[in-house]
Write a protein that binds this ligand. Structure first.
Ligand code: ATP
Length: 348
């Protein structure tokens, strides 16, 4: 009698291929930078995921450039860890420099140098040789629309052209991460639109973009998230929309009337929840002390019932600037910011 066949062993489960986990494009942990007794950066932490566009916002002197310079290996922290694509900026600055493109807020003082010579100089410094170097310079001039200006002296460029040149310099080695310090500063509206367009193309191409600016409305449109700092500390992170929604206890409504606009002011004085913000030729801007839709609807209903011939009203969208100033105000008063989080994670 033959031995009973042993039950066939079930085949081992197929091995799950290990999915390589991409490190954050930028990781900043507990970063400190002091200049004497001045705490320029006072314990900042955040991460930026690969492919994200993150706006870095703060008042003058908040610590943006200091943070960016450390990420770009141009300065050392007193304390804390900074990594770019998983590489420590203090231990391996040369490796980091191959992964980042740094766009300073000016291109320095290089006299008697043309656009093509300037870009070639940086391509050479980055180690490109021969035809590859020439091709890199050509590509960058093409992308930034500087080819027609190749032989123009750089100190004769307009502000917008100069900013495109700075961006070109940052792109020479096709880096994964771009650090752009105030790229839109001093640009006219047309040049700002052009720059924004270039940044959008780079983001669509999968680059991580970390960009500082004072022009909040533009950053809101362009960025996946905003990172706000004040006095060397993170005070907010999140999307522009979340910022507009999480802050603010009042609603501003622009009302147009077919009657005497002064009537709205008189009505506002007698109405609960309402303050006149600004009298206008054909109406007024009023502030309602609530963001509750029921309260807002009630105020508008009452206005019509009280005989104001309203022909149009429009709830004003909250401006990022207002939201930012409000968070700052709350911080000054000592109240925690409504969106403040320690150990900030941006876009992860
Ligand atoms: P801005 O928007 O005006 O460029 P910022 O947010 O970039 O401001 P930082 O340039 O980082 O601010 O400066 C932060 C603080 O550190 C400021 O008070 C500045 O004066 C100071 N600071 C920056 N660099 C140095 C330095 N090398 N020596 C001394 N103080 C410095």
């Amino acid at each position: 009698m033959s031995a009973a066949a042993a039950p066939a062993e079930s085949p081992p489960p197929p091995e799950t291929p290990a999915v390589p986990v991409k490190p954050p494009a930028i990781e900043v942990r507990d970063l400190h930078r002091f200049f004497g007794s001045l705490k320029a950066v006072d314990g900042i932490s955040f991460t930026v995921a690969p492919g994200q566009v993150v706006g870095f916002v703060g008042a003058n002197g908040a610590g943006k450039t200091t943070t960016m310079r450390i990420i770009a290996t141009l300065d050392y922290p007193n304390r804390g860890i900074v990594k770019v694509c998983g590489i420590d900026v203090v231990q391996y600055p040369a490796l980091v420099r191959h992964r980042i493109g740094w766009m300073p807020d000016s291109f320095g003082t290089y006299d008697n140098m043309t656009v093509v010579e300037y870009l070639d100089f940086f391509a050479r410094a980055l180690g490109f040789k021969g035809e590859e170097r020439a091709a890199r310079v050509r590509d960058v001039m093409d992308f930034t629309d500087l080819t027609p200006l190749a032989d123009r002296l750089i100190n004769k460029l307009s502000k917008g052209m100069g900013q495109r040149l700075c961006l070109g310099r940052a792109l020479i080695h096709d880096p994964d991460v771009l650090i752009l310090d105030e790229p839109a500063a001093g640009l006219d509206p047309k040049a700002r639109v052009e720059l924004k367009h270039l940044i959008r193309i780079l983001a669509d191409d999968g680059k991580t973009v970390f960009i500082s600016s004072h022009i909040l409305s533009e950053l809101g449109e362009m960025c996946d998230s905003l990172l706000f700092i004040n006095r060397g500390r993170v005070i907010h992170h999140g999307s522009a929309e979340s910022l507009k929604q999480t802050t603010g206890a009042t609603t501003v409504v622009d009302v147009q009337t077919a009657g005497d606009p002064e009537k709205i002011g008189e009505w506002a004085q007698l109405s609960p929840h309402v303050t006149l913000k600004e009298a206008r030729k054909r109406g007024a801007r009023i502030e309602i002390d609530s963001v509750d839709p029921e309260v807002i609807a009630g105020v508008l209903r009452r206005m019509v019932n009280d005989g104001i011939p309203v022909i149009e009203f429009h709830r004003e969208e909250r401006k990022l600037e207002d939201a930012f100033i409000e968070i700052l105000g709350e911080m000054e008063k000592g109240a925690p910011s409504p969106v403040q989080q320690p150990g900030v994670s941006v876009g992860t």
